[in-house]
Ligand binder design. Structure first.
Ligand SMILES: [Zn+2]
Length: 308
């Protein structure tokens, strides 16, 4: 069994995003009891901002732990952000800086790992032991739960699923490589593909991801085709990952997953088509995420009181 601790005190989850910081008290069933948020300040001001949110939420009460989810490479010690794409952090000792003056144990997790844990404990994956979460938003992120634990790899930075190579020599990626899944199966890729084939509703603004989803729900064949193309590429990428990980379940989260079956069904079809030894082996079940934007905050709160 995995380790838990922290007694009966409150568990606080914090989600540090590029534009806002959300913090919430989460109960042992994964329900957010209360929540506060603020705009994301400069990197140097973030520890103060997090402390202020935590104090505001927990005034006078015993706090068992604070779990912080943030985008970037998080060290295996769960205390340091090695590198972040959106915030100016390099080897940032974030846990120590937030603990300083707060007097409560703090752990830091990669945001997608925290979201995977939230879905595993309280969402779509609560009945399985091996699960892969893929978040399809601006980029493509992911988290692996193996045998009931987050799989962190040898350096703490496993599950960068958006950078699995889909197209050798393909589109350049911000990671320095080419042809990464993220360039074909993210929200950004969805919008790029939509602009190639769709006229915007309003000629003064370009086609957006929400517009594609909305038009697909209304039966627009072009919008459905764009979602199907992006879903197909994601399904191909998942087939590669399934060859390595053999997960029981793949949970699809992030903004694009809000398109529901218009997106998830093409993912399922492509996975079935491209899965190694398809038809002669069990494959993963593909499910939409259940916790939405709250998955990372809920997962981080739960992870704050676990020792693994
Ligand atoms: Zn990449």
């Amino acid at each position: 069994m995995t380790g838990t601790g922290g007694g009966t005190g409150l568990r606080v989850g914090v989600d540090i995003g590029g534009t806002k910081i959300a913090a919430g008290v989460v109960d042992t069933e994964g329900t957010i009891v209360r929540m506060e948020q603020c705009a994301t300040p400069t990197a140097a001001e973030i520890p103060d901002a997090v402390r202020l949110l935590v104090r505001g939420l927990t005034e006078g009460e015993d706090v068992a732990g604070v779990g912080i989810g943030a985008a970037g490479f998080v060290g295996a010690d769960r205390r340091t952000i090695i590198f972040a794409p959106n915030i100016d952090w390099r080897d940032e000792p974030l846990a120590e800086r937030v603990e300083d003056g707060l007097g409560v144990p703090v752990v830091v997790e990669n945001d997608a790992n925290a979201a995977a844990w939230g879905e595993f404990r309280f969402g779509a994956g609560r009945d399985v032991d091996d699960m892969l979460l893929i978040t399809v938003g601006t980029g493509v992120g992911g988290g692996i739960v193996h045998d009931g634990r987050i799989y962190r790899g040898g350096h703490g930075i496993a599950a960068e699923v958006g950078h699995v190579r889909l197209v050798p020599g393909g589109l350049p990626c911000g990671c320095g490589q080419r042809g990464c899944l993220e360039q074909y199966a993210s929200g950004t890729a969805l919008v790029r593909r939509a602009r190639e084939v769709m006229e915007p509703d309003d000629p003064t603004t370009p086609v957006s991801g929400h517009e594609v989803t909305r038009r697909a729900a209304a039966g627009d064949p072009e919008a459905l085709a764009v979602l199907a193309d992006v879903g197909h590429d994601l399904g191909q990428g998942i087939a590669t990952m399934a060859a390595v990980l053999d997960p029981q379940m793949v949970v699809i989260g992030g903004g694009v997953a809000e398109a529901g079956t218009d997106f998830v069904d093409p993912v399922r079809r492509a996975l079935e088509l491209h899965l190694t030894a398809t038809g002669r082996r069990p494959g993963p079940v593909v499910r939409p995420a259940l916790l939405g934007n709250d998955a990372g905050l809920v997962g981080a709160a739960d992870l704050s009181v676990r020792t693994d």
